[in-house]
Design a protein around this ligand. Sequence first.
Ligand code: ADP
Ligand code: ADP
Length: 228
Amino acid sequence: REHVQLQGLWHRYANATAGDWTLQGIDLALHQGELVGLLGPSGCGKTTLLRLIAGFERPERGSVLIDGRAVAGQGRWLPPERRGVGMVFQDYALFPHLDAWRNACFGLRRGQDSSRASWLLELLGLNGLEGRYPHELSGGQRQRLALARALAPGPSVVLLDEPFSNLDVEVRLRLRSELPAVLSRCGASGLIVTHDPEEALAICDRVAVLRDGVLHQCASPRQLVQHP
Ligand code: ADP
Ligand code: ADP
């Protein structure tokens, strides 16, 4: 089953010059449980692609399907909060006035069971820190909390935009090696933007390369190493 399907996505920003497409006919499928890396030079459209999937931008052509259901295109539009997509950002984007527990529970719908948030805090090694505010946590703990918050509502897809870039090398290597197992325990597939090919090759099931708005490759790490 496919968690995400992107079909012929075209996008340009309102202030772009004519013919200046940010994304040109993107086709991509994320299968259940898969972690796909999105690589490419700065400004090539990686964040824009995540924003289209999350629902912060509308594609000009093409469609986005989540769990087989059109959420953009095909005459359909679902806003971000109804897409069941989790997001993790480079700068954590935690709520500074909420403690870790409230941050972790933030995405839960009214009446939704919070035991999954407890389980995730435990899984991510944050148990005992529930009452701390983001400024009382280390960088690695903040990003663990952001991951718990993204996964607590039970999304089928998590979008991660350079999630490890602000972390010290030791913390980065540790957290990135845990990511695939955490996603798989949650039954979520992931799309991770990174500028670091080594990182993508180390943890991803497939790696796609975006250049000038065109998706150039989508191969397993093994294929990329053999045919760079
Ligand atoms: P990446 O994440 O690969 O660095 P982005 O998706 O952020 O690339 O940006 C792709 C292109 O779109 C860049 O040329 C950038 O300047 C432009 N862009 C990004 N956001 C906006 C916006 N809100 N309005 C206009 N242009 C934008
Ligand atoms: P309220 O009393 O306003 O409903 P909660 O009972 O949800 O607030 O939370 C109060 C505090 O108790 C939180 O700030 C958090 O530190 C802690 N807490 C509540 N539930 C849990 C839980 N399941 N696991 C860990 N800490 C929790």
